[in-house]
Structures are given as structure tokens and as C-alpha cells.
Write a new protein. Structure first.
Length: 151
């Protein structure tokens, strides 16, 4: 009977070890994932900033289904620029509702983004992270990551 228990014991030890190795592999893949330069990617949609922001403000659930995790080109006039630690964030704001879209630039495009001024008409391409209504801010906001100026 002891000989039958040993193969079972080995299986019970190997399975958790195998699961740990698989989980570590998945974690490593996600943690080291590299994204291609957004500037070189084709945009799924090209939109005007104010119309885009209003689409989220009217129905953020439908807009999130349509745009989240897609590369979007947004054209508009810069309303605000926020200097963050090592980056710059550019905002398009709908002045009628205070809703806004905010763009965080890829490291390789920071120098170019820092030349933009409030009032400039620009085209920005980025990966849409989605929009949400903030109870604290009392407004809708849409975030973008991995952005680049679209020329």
C-alpha cells in the first residue's frame, strides 16, 4: 500500500510546483510586455475632441465598449497642459460640461509634446483607457496612454 501512496504524493507535489511556474511565467510576460510605438500604429477611429468627449458624457457605457483599448486619433484645440513628474499631460476640455480627455505621452515623444501650448490645434494618437464619471470631480473624463502627436 505504501508504494501506491508514493506516486500519488509525487503528483500532489508536482502539480502545485507546476502551477507556480506557470503563474510566474504569466507574471513575467505581463510585467515585461513592450508596446509598439503608437505613432506607427493605425488608428481604429479618428474623432474631433469635443464630439468624442460628448459621446462619453452622453453614454459612457456604449462609448467604453466602442473605444476602450483601441488606438484613437483625437483632433482638437489644447485646453490645458499639466506638467507631471517626468511627463506632460495634454487636455481637451468641453467647456459646456467640464468633461475632458487627458493624454499621457510615450517617453520617446515627450520632447515633442512639451512644445505644445494651450490654444494649439493638434492631432494626438493614443490608446484609449476608457472614460468614467467621477463623483468627486462631478464630471466625465477619458484617459489615454502611450500617446504621440499625429502628423
Amino acid at each position: 500500500m505504501t508504494k501506491q501512496k508514493r506516486p500519488l504524493l509525487k503528483k500532489l507535489l508536482v502539480v502545485p510546483l507546476l502551477l507556480v511556474v506557470i503563474a510566474a511565467g504569466i507574471y513575467w510576460y505581463v510585467a515585461t510586455e513592450k508596446f509598439s510605438d503608437t505613432k506607427d500604429r493605425e488608428a481604429a477611429y479618428a474623432v474631433q475632441a469635443i464630439d468624442f468627449i460628448r459621446e462619453f458624457a452622453n453614454n459612457d457605457s456604449a462609448a467604453n465598449r466602442k473605444y476602450t483599448d483601441k488606438i484613437i486619433t483625437v483632433n482638437g484645440i489644447v485646453s490645458e497642459i499639466e506638467a507631471a513628474d517626468t511627463t506632460v499631460n495634454i487636455k481637451f476640455i468641453d467647456t459646456t460640461s467640464s468633461a475632458y480627455a487627458i493624454f499621457a505621452f510615450q517617453e520617446q515623444h515627450l520632447a515633442e509634446a512639451k512644445t505644445i501650448k494651450v490654444g494649439d490645434s493638434v492631432s494626438i494618437k493614443g490608446s484609449c483607457s476608457g472614460g468614467v464619471f467621477s463623483e468627486i470631480l462631478g464630471t466625465e473624463y477619458i484617459t489615454f496612454k502611450r500617446c504621440a502627436l499625429n502628423k
